[in-house]
Design a protein around this ligand. Structure first.
Ligand code: SF4
Length: 380
């Protein structure tokens, strides 16, 4: 067994020893472990991650990009500087039965430096709630005529649910293609956990708001809907949202347009409809980056997405005028939990052969999640 994949009951180093350390010291120690482990280790940094952590990332990207890139690397260990569902996806993609066999039975160890780094949106849909909703909906409409679609920002158990029920995963960059795929098979979709991505995407495809009832998992009476609403539905939207993107408001858009004539409003589709509808451009993180990268010097932007990403764009594109769309800080507080101390603690325990915070999806869940992920990847 590789030194890096060895699991131990107790970590070699206690996190308490890292709390008060100076960033300079932490940076040096992180670099030393990276140098020592070389290609056997890959550190992934999500776009929303703070700069100090991103500086140590071997790869930077959105959650799916990072998992796919990591799946292609021949490494022993992945440290995912993101949130929990991202580490789960990396484990699923990196440890398919075929990949494990090709490595002579060796798994890639995936770690999340702080297990409390969850995603508030993903936490808004639990597998038992989705299963209950599916059963309740089945009392009034035929579930054979519904495709379950989960946003990649969801627990592996939800992706597995989609795998088992002829459903699929989507990202913010392919949600429209995924919905079209679903509508070629069934006349309805159950979309979770983000109502805004589901609604914004379906509206752009010409589906009426009245055909998109919102399912409240805490309302025992058909999720707060009438039987007729269910029968008239095309997309049943889960009552979930991103706590970061829901903070952008239409008045922020109006304010920027009043004060900065000619400014362009660029937002992520996790923003509420009222913002998405009046923006100049709406798109995934990848589209936001590409749009800014390709814009001519002097372009003025107000961008509605996570604060760290917008600040990094400001630094990387001084030739453009970039503003954060909201007057209040909208940052992913859970991702922010991953700091240099947690990264250093994770790496030093890994190097000592006692990996901490290992994220491992059980075999059955992993297999069905991969089915739903693969259906999405097959769309190209
Ligand atoms: S920004 Fe929102 S959706 Fe993304 S990880 Fe943070 S809470 Fe989850």
């Amino acid at each position: 067994m590789s030194q890096l994949t060895q699991l131990s009951d107790a970590p070699s180093f206690d996190f308490k020893e890292y709390r008060g350390l100076d960033d300079k010291v932490l940076n040096l120690r992180i670099k030393a472990v990276k140098q020592n482990l070389g290609d056997r280790l890959v550190i992934l940094g999500h776009h929303y991650q703070q700069d100090g952590v991103i500086a140590h990332a071997d790869l930077r990207g959105d959650s799916l990009q990072l998992s796919q890139l990591a799946g292609e690397r021949d490494c022993d260990a992945i440290v995912f500087c993101g949130v929990h569902f991202m580490a789960e996806t990396a484990d699923i993609v990196s440890n398919t039965p075929e990949k494990i066999e090709s490595r002579d039975g060796r798994r890639v160890t995936v770690m999340l430096p702080d297990m409390a780094a969850g995603c508030s949106m993903a936490d808004m849909a639990a597998i038992n709630q989705v299963q209950d909703a599916w059963d309740d909906i089945g009392e009034v409409i035929d579930t054979n005529d519904i495709t379950p679609v989960t946003y990649i920002n969801s627990a592996a158990s939800l992706k597995a649910f989609c795998g088992r029920h002829n459903g699929i995963v989507c990202t913010s960059s392919n949600a429209d293609r995924v919905l079209r795929w679903a509508f070629e098979r069934t006349s309805r979709v159950l979309f979770f956990p983000d109502q805004h991505l589901g609604r914004n995407t379906a509206l752009a495809m010409g589906i009426e708001d009245s055909q998109m009832p919102v399912w409240n998992p805490y309302d025992d009476d058909l999720g707060g809907n009438s039987v007729q609403q269910m029968k008239d539905s095309r997309v049943i939207l889960w009552k979930g949202h991103c706590s970061v993107h829901q903070m952008f408001k239409p008045e922020h858009v109006h304010d920027f347009r009043d004060k900065h004539p000619g400014i362009k409003i660029l937002v992520h589709p996790e923003c509420p409809r009222e913002v998405n509808d009046i923006a100049d451009i709406s798109g995934s993180t990848g589209k936001i980056l590409k749009t800014v990268q390709e814009a001519p010097a002097g372009t003025k932007w107000a961008i509605g997405t996570e604060l760290h990403l917008v600040n990094r764009l400001k630094q990387e594109h001084p030739e453009q005028e970039i503003h954060f769309l909201s007057p209040v800080m909208c940052m992913c507080a859970t991702m922010y939990r991953i700091d240099l101390a947690h990264l250093c603690w994770t790496l030093e325990n890994l190097a000592a052969g006692t990996p901490v915070n290992v994220v491992r999806v059980d075999e059955e869940t992993s297999r069905w999640s991969d089915v739903a992920l693969q259906r999405m990847l097959d769309l190209g």
